[in-house]
Write a protein that binds this ligand. Structure first.
Ligand SMILES: C[S@@+](CC[C@H](N)C(=O)[O-])C[C@H]1O[C@@H](n2cnc3c(N)ncnc32)[C@H](O)[C@@H]1O
Length: 257
């Protein structure tokens, strides 16, 4: 990993959501199929499919990166754009990864104290160490705290935070069968009247059901204001990335507790 920018200054590492293994593994399997096609010619078709898969992920990785338009950062910015908060008090970022949203929150709200939690498992190349380093480079270390915890049982008392955000985390959490319970858990630690903005695959019906019903469910929990926008409708999302497993089913649930 190159940790210096072109001026030799240390740069933060937010990592790309499309890891290089999504490019290399299908490419490797494609090459294997080409080799095996000597004994089973039909495997050439499978090889082509693997190469196409590899190319698709290479394209997605490029578009998410700063060089390819920074779609990843723009998706994160959409969460903050829907957090209608005055920035006074404490905010929580559930599943902070390498801390991009935590750090963006700290920049946007200089009076706020922001906590980022994550389980930092093997599925992702993220860590608390990188979060701390990123916060230092971005000059918000005094405003930010990073802590290992699971989104399914947040280690905070009810109503501890004035605001909460989360970006593309809930669908990943393995220790929660019903992912809606993770929204409930995140809202539990928000003060009454506090603000929230959560982005996830909320239009993936087998995970969250119908969006109208999801919004109604939050209201049935006593949440004062709940609204929803489809991220996939945003002009900055390239059409090729609107597949359901990329950003085609994501949206932002936001409002006031
Ligand atoms: C797609 S990444 C998003 C990271 C970050 N929010 C961002 O915008 O870059 C999904 C994150 O969910 C985290 N995660 C997975 N299971 C979790 C759990 N049980 N509790 C907290 N975080 C979890 C992963 O470690 C990873 O950082």
């Amino acid at each position: 990993m190159n940790t210096l920018n072109t001026l030799g200054v240390e740069k933060p590492d937010y990592s790309n959501w499309v890891s290089t293994r999504f490019v290399y593994i299908p490419a490797g399997l494609g090459l294997l199929c080409v080799g095996l096609s000597i004994v089973a010619p039909v495997l050439i078709v499978v090889a082509v499919l693997f190469f196409l898969m590899s190319l698709y992920f290479l394209y997605a990785r490029y578009r998410f990166s700063p060089a390819g338009g920074n779609v990843q950062a723009q998706v994160q910015d959409l969460v903050l754009a829907h957090l209608d908060w005055d920035g006074q008090g404490k905010a929580l970022d559930v599943g902070c990864g390498n801390g991009p949203l935590t750090i963006k929150l700290a920049h946007k709200y200089p009076n706020a104290q922001v906590t980022g939690i994550d389980a930092w498992g093997e599925m992702w190349e993220y860590s608390r160490r990188v979060c701390d380093r990123n916060a230092m480079i971005e000059e918000v270390a005094a405003q930010t705290t990073f802590q290992k915890a699971t989104a399914s049982a947040l280690p905070f008392a009810d109503e501890s935070f004035d605001a909460a955000v989360s970006n593309l985390v809930f669908h990943e959490v393995r220790d929660a069968k019903d992912k809606r319970e993770l929204i409930r858990e995140a809202l539990r630690v928000v003060k009454k009247g506090g603000r929230f903005a959560f982005q996830d695959l909320f239009q993936w019906k087998s995970i969250y059901g119908e969006t109208d019903e999801l919004v109604a469910t939050l209201k049935s929990w006593g949440i004062t204001k709940v609204a929803f926008i489809k991220t996939s409708d945003a002009a900055f999302i390239p059409t090729a990335l609107k597949l359901p497993f990329m950003v085609g089913t994501i949206g932002v649930l936001y409002g006031e507790k």
